[in-house]
Design a protein around this ligand. Structure first.
Ligand SMILES: Nc1ncnc2c1ncn2[C@@H]1O[C@H](COP(=O)(O)OP(=O)(O)OP(=O)(O)O)[C@@H](O)[C@H]1O
Length: 307
């Protein structure tokens, strides 16, 4: 479990983080979302003991984040920074073996751990590759393999999918979900917002050092909207009539027409979707699809960041 309690850090005139409090239960994934400079890396550096907070406190699996607990924290937390050094002249195996030794994993156990880390990150094929020759996606996977070598219970991953193409992002997401299935507690930051929506149990949206929203994605979405929006796809010849019917219905507002789609909104508490659909069908409108518009993480983020 990761617990932050009124954590603050400022850099002179710089912002850092301001009064952050949140809890990530054991075995869950939290997605940490924010623009560049929002305060994600600062949070991570404080949690991993690389930087001291000005005030507030934090605990990871019951261990207080304090300089005197640094050794215990290192055994509990694996941190993958957004930019990490790779030792270009080594092969992947040498690289992992080097870090395994640095983590003081006994030589006998090291081989087994490296094989396991390579298998979890689907990097077995790369063992003999020179680190210098790896693509960005491969490097990220090797970086993650290195992070999980000492088998930490908690993982803090700064932009693990940063700069990856869509296929590599999907693979990274699958690897992270597998780590969760092994019982790890994970915080990861990302700018790839839709990816986070699918995999995270909790989402935190940070803006200018302050947590603007934290919780389950559905709950954040719910709290952000005071209206419901429906998207209706109709036959192209029925667009005009659909618009006309909708504008004659009470409670319907914000009607918009785009290509083959018409959207409209109503108050959050009003349940008029079924009524509108029945009305359109009774009037021979050829409805291809009729659905409630889910607020995308991206849209939500833009709303909060615009504050
Ligand atoms: N060492 C430092 N000295 C001065 N200001 C800093 C320092 N580290 C961070 N900051 C400032 O604190 C704020 C938060 O930075 P941080 O790196 O935590 O953001 P971030 O959300 O991780 O951004 P990115 O996505 O670009 O990594 C920024 O305004 C940054 O300029």
């Amino acid at each position: 479990m990761i617990e932050l309690n009124s954590l603050s850090k400022s850099f002179g005139s710089g912002r850092g983080v301001d009064n952050l409090s949140f809890t990530v239960p054991e075995g869950s994934i939290m997605g940490y979302v924010g623009h560049n400079g929002a305060g994600k890396t600062t949070t991570f550096k404080i949690l991993t003991g690389l930087m001291d907070a000005d005030s507030g406190s934090a605990k990871i699996n019951g261990i207080e984040v304090k300089p005197r607990n640094l050794k215990k924290l290192k055994q509990t937390v694996g941190y993958m920074p957004d930019i990490f050094g790779v030792y270009d002249r080594m092969t992947v195996w040498q690289y992992l073996d080097f870090f395994g030794a640095a983590y003081r994993i006994p030589r006998k156990l090291r081989k087994e751990r490296i094989v396991h880390a390579l298998s979890l990150t689907r990097s077995e094929d790369m063992v003999d590759y020179q680190v210098a020759s790896l693509s960005r996606g491969m490097r990220q996977r090797i970086g993650l393999a290195k992070t999980i070598l000492p088998d930490p219970k908690v993982l803090i991953l700064d932009e693990p999918a940063g700069g990856l193409d869509p296929q590599a992002r999907i693979e990274m997401r699958e690897v992270v979900c597998e780590l969760k299935n092994l019982g790890k507690t994970i915080i990861l930051s990302s700018h790839i917002l839709p990816d986070l929506g699918n995999m995270c149990d909790l989402v935190g949206i940070i803006n200018k050092g302050k947590m603007e929203a934290f919780g389950k994605l559905e709950d954040i979405t719910e709290s952000l909207t005071d209206k419901k929006t429906y998207d209706i796809e109709v036959h192209v010849d029925d667009l005009g009539r659909t618009q006309e019917f909708l504008s004659n219905m009470g409670s319907v507002k914000d009607i918009q027409v785009r290509e083959q789609e018409v959207s409209f909104s109503c108050n959050k508490d009003e349940d008029i979707g079924a009524k509108v659909l029945a009305y359109l069908i009774e009037n021979s409108i050829r409805v291809n699809s009729f659905k409630l518009h889910e607020l995308e993480l991206e849209e939500m983020f833009m709303q909060l960041a615009a504050k």
